[in-house]
Design a protein around this ligand. Structure first.
Ligand SMILES: CC(C)(COP(=O)(O)OP(=O)(O)OC[C@H]1O[C@@H](n2cnc3c(N)ncnc32)[C@H](O)[C@@H]1OP(=O)(O)O)[C@@H](O)C(=O)NCCC(=O)NCCS
Length: 112
């Protein structure tokens, strides 16, 4: 997972999924300002020809591992497909105009 080159103090990180030397997916995450150790997952895109092979879920799990390593204890995401992050521990906390706000609690949440 690489940091996107930006002067921001809380830069987004992106990762790609590769198969047979070809990039077939990308996704990202970044630290959220709402709370200490809170993160948000941004983007999740898999090439049409490679969908439904577990790549989307793999990229969610990979980012969760990286967020844990960086001390993240709570992760937010918005999606229209709650089954996808739901398989990795996210729970729906609200439904807004056809979108699902989902949260994954990885550890104790507090201000540090
Ligand atoms: C959404 C997206 C990232 C899923 O990636 P993927 O690699 O196909 O997903 P996975 O194979 O890991 O799917 C994991 C689970 O998510 C659910 N899922 C994935 N795609 C689904 C679909 N089109 N319809 C219903 N459930 C779906 C299923 O529960 C699936 O498990 P299963 O295959 O055992 O049934 C991909 O379809 C995509 O890039 N779509 C276009 C962009 C987009 O809508 N991104 C999400 C919003 S940012």
């Amino acid at each position: 997972m690489d940091k996107f080159d930006t002067p921001s103090k809380f830069p987004p990180y992106f990762c790609v999924a590769e198969t047979e030397g070809r990039i077939v997916g990308f996704s990202g995450c970044r630290r959220a300002l709402v709370m200490s150790n809170a993160w948000e997952m941004i983007w999740n895109n898999v090439h049409f020809d490679f969908q439904r092979r577990g790549i989307g879920r793999l990229m969610i799990e990979y980012r969760l591992e990286q967020i844990k390593k960086k001390g993240g204890t709570i992760v937010f995401t918005m999606t229209k497909l709650p089954q996808l992050p739901g398989g990795s521990g996210f729970e729906i906390v609200s439904r807004i105009d056809g979108w699902y706000l989902m949260v994954n609690k990885l550890g104790s949440v507090d201000i540090t």
